[in-house]
Design a binder for this molecule. Structure first.
Ligand code: ADP
Length: 750
């Protein structure tokens, strides 16, 4: 029945085709069986086929088949010769018509019954599907809506009202929805909304936008989808759903943020000077670097592939002296799960031995493996600087402890954190003063030197060290100490440094004396004419004496002469030469101030001076003794100037003894390792206390014809030669004038 019903449901052409096919099959059967059957039996073959066609095809095909069969029966079965034939045909037609009618009726009834069943089934199915949809929609918090375009009213589900925060009684239409959308997102949403109503399009609508929820003002992300329906080319409805996708969006944002962070970390890893790496140690002690950042090759000189499965190549390059330490620190970090930190020497394939420093934190994995994530960097430069610093610190400590010069440790904030004994002694402080903080840079520095200190500090900050510079300190007693300082930074980060302080008070005094000396020379220059007259008086007098002697000798007969005329004349000429040299040397000395020093034997010079002054000594009944006992007598000196000093002192001594009973002059020398000393002792008038104090000042004289410049020039000459000159009373009566000169072997002349 069902099959028949389904046949009926088939198109008309199909059913007609079945009818025609059945009729033709019947006709074919009749032709084939013609010979075996009586023609009247045609009905047995032909008619059933027609009946079947009627049964299958119902009225239409059955009717058609009947007419066809009648026509063929008329043609082939023919001749309708008698009433029986006509009757048979009539029965056949009637039967076929009845069967067609019945099957048609049956078909229709069956179809109706089947339709009802189907409808019930479909309705059930729809109900179930609807229910499922409703549950899904509510479980998924999906808002459903249906816009009636003509009425401009949107039927909004409670879920949609929840999503938008619309009250249950709010009239919803596109405008109310638009008003909730954030202005930034509205134009794009409206554009897609309008596009859905385009009859030329597919009517689909999809948009994502942000709304400000109407009831609580909260900002939410909405995703909406809809389909437009058209009638007569015009939109009539838009049916859609919407969803609050704020959470998904924030997850999306989070994921995007994570991806961005990962990208940043990768680029940071590539830009840091060291290497970021993961180091894994299995429960059995197998070690590997599963992850290393880009510059692993530059830091370790190995490719990441070489250590991905086995860290051995790295460990084999660690310095033998550091390997045990490293293994111990890794084991300790693994045991306590605390951060691993260490530094070690590493044999880099290209750079040689370098220092690496690393730190990383361990995590124990469920498998029992420990994985460290951390950072390793090349600290060779820093290590080298530290070593240099240690060396320089040790050096400054050595200076500190040696106590040859003052050493202080200071801080940029002006505090003196430590000082050696030499420094404290130089400034008259003691260690208690230092510990009590009574010594500080500012207190010790006279105000006019503060700017020098500031400049030195700026220098030290800029370049790490100062040039040497001079300044003065206040001693504890308030007096000033001139010093030479050089400072250097030790720990820039802490602002700690060291300074070396040299006491230059003696040098300063010498400089002051030299300045005074120059001033003295100026005075001497002014009185040069008088001085010259005085100085050349000696050779001129001597020349005069020699010439008088020659005159006397010439008056005598040749054989009675005690001395040779030629020799005496030579001596006179020598004295004239000497006078000329005195004039030129004296002028040179005064104008240039620089003696013409050569290495010479002082004993020889003393002998010459003795010779020059001895003329007439006998007449004056003076006993002159030379005691040249000095072991060393080589000096670096200007011959004429020193001879001038000797002549001056010897002459003064003789003049002082003119009125004395005892006339003894002793010229003696002695030497120590550095100096030679000359003493000229007489038994003359001696020195009064007053005379002692200003003997060496210019123009001090007790003589009627004296100029008072001889001793002052002598002092200038001796000091220029880095010697000392002084006078004291002779215990035997008279005076002793002494001077020292540095021995040539010890003098570093400037
Ligand atoms: P001058 O001989 O022209 O006076 P000097 O500078 O050589 O100039 O000597 C200065 C003074 O020092 C002398 O006038 C004398 O009073 C004193 N004087 C120098 N030498 C002696 C001496 N050996 N004994 C005592 N007084 C001396």
């Amino acid at each position: 029945m069902r099959w028949l019903a389904s046949c009926y449901a088939k198109p008309l052409s199909w059913r007609m085709g079945v009818g025609v096919a059945a009729a033709l099959t019947g006709a074919l059967a009749r032709l084939i069986l013609m010979g075996y059957l009586e023609y009247r039996l045609t009905y047995v073959t032909f008619y059933p086929a027609v009946e079947i066609a009627a049964l299958i095809g119902g009225i239409v095909s059955g009717g058609l088949a009947t007419v066809l069969c009648a026509l063929m029966a008329h043609l082939w079965v023919a001749p309708l010769v008698n009433l029986g034939d006509w009757l048979g045909l009539a029965i056949f037609l009637t039967m076929a018509t009845v069967i067609s009618g019945i099957t048609e009726a049956l078909h229709r009834t069956w179809i109706r019954m089947s339709d009802a069943e189907t409808r019930v089934a479909v309705d059930d199915h729809l109900r179930v599907a609807n229910e499922r949809l409703r549950l899904a929609v509510s479980a998924g918090a999906i808002g459903a809506w249906d816009l009636d375009v003509a009425a401009n009213v949107t039927e909004a589900s409670p879920e949609m009202r929840d999503i938008f925060g619309f009250a249950p009684d709010t009239l919803v239409n596109p405008e109310t929805v638009f008003s909730a959308i954030l202005p930034d997102d509205l134009p794009a949403m409206q554009a897609t909304f309008r596009a859905a109503f385009d009859p030329a399009g597919d009517g689909e609508y999809y948009a994502e936008y942000r709304i400000r929820r109407v009831n609580d003002g909260e900002e939410r992300w909405i995703s909406a989808k809809a389909q437009a329906f058209f009638a007569d080319g015009r939109p009539v409805r838009l049916v859609g759903i919407c969803r609050d996708v704020t959470e998904e969006k924030s997850v999306e944002r989070l994921l995007a943020e994570k991806a961005r962070l990962a990208e940043q970390i990768t680029s940071v890893a590539a830009s840091v000077p060291g290497v970021i790496c993961s180091f894994r140690q299995s429960a059995h002690g197998k070690q590997s670097f599963p992850y290393v950042s880009g510059n692993f090759s530059s830091v370790y000189g190995l490719s990441p592939d070489e250590v991905r499965a086995d860290a051995g190549p790295v460990f084999r390059r660690i310095h033998a002296d550091d390997l045990n330490n490293i293994e111990a620190s890794i084991a300790e970090s693994a045991r306590t799960l605390t951060i691993w930190r260490d530094e070690f020497r590493y044999e880099h394939p290209r750079k040689g031995t370098i220092w690496l420093e690393g730190q990383s934190s361990p995590i124990m994995e469920p498998s029992g493996e420990i994985i460290w994530h951390g950072y390793v960097q090349d600290v060779t430069e820093r290590k080298r600087a530290e070593e240099e610093l240690r060396a320089s610190e040790a050096q400054s400590r050595a200076f500190f402890e040696l106590g040859l010069i003052g050493v202080i440790y200071w801080n940029v904030n002006g505090a003196i954190t430590d000082a050696n004994d030499k420094f404290l002694e130089m400034l008259g402080y003691n260690r208690q003063d230092l510990e009590a903080g009574r010594i500080d840079w500012v207190r010790m520095t006279p105000p006019e030197y503060r700017h020098i200190d500031d400049a030195a500090l700026a220098d030290v900050k800029d370049r790490g060290a100062t040039q040497t510079f001079e300044k003065e300190y206040f001693r504890k007693d308030g007096t000033r100490l001139p010093v030479l300082i050089a400072g250097a930074m030790l720990y820039a980060s802490r602002g700690d440094g060291v300074a070396f302080v040299l006491d230059i008070s003696e040098r300063k005094q010498a400089e002051a004396r030299m300045q005074k000396l120059c001033a003295d020379r100026m005075i001497v220059m002014e009185s040069m004419a008088a001085g010259l007259a005085h100085e050349i008086n000696q050779p001129l007098t001597a020349t005069g004496s020699y010439l008088k002697t020659v005159r006397r000798l010439l008056d005598m007969e040749a054989e009675r002469r005690q001395a040779s005329v030629t020799e005496t004349l030579d001596k006179a000429a020598a004295q004239v030469r000497r006078a000329g040299q005195i004039v030129s040397r004296l002028r040179e000395f005064i104008t240039h101030g620089e003696p013409d020093k050569i290495q010479l034997k002082l004993h020889e010079l003393i002998q010459d001076a003795y010779d020059a002054t001895n003329i007439g000594a006998k007449e004056r009944q003076i006993r002159v003794t030379l005691q040249l006992d000095a072991k060393e007598d080589e000096v670096l000196a200007d011959r004429i100037q020193i001879e001038q000093v000797l002549v001056n002192l010897i002459r003064n001594a003789k003049e002082a003894m003119e009125a004395a009973q005892r006339r003894e002059l002793v010229v003696s020398t002695s030497s120590n390792q550095t100096d030679i000393r000359v003493d000229i002792a007489d038994t003359g008038v001696g020195l009064s206390e007053k005379a002692k104090s200003d003997l060496f000042e210019p123009f001090v004289t007790t003589k009627l014809s004296g100029m008072g410049v001889g001793l002052s020039i002598s002092r200038a000459i001796i000091e220029v030669h880095h010697g000392k000159i002084w006078a004291e009373s002779n215990p035997d009566g008279g005076a002793i004038f002494s001077f020292t000169l540095p021995l040539a072997g010890t003098q570093t002349d400037t």
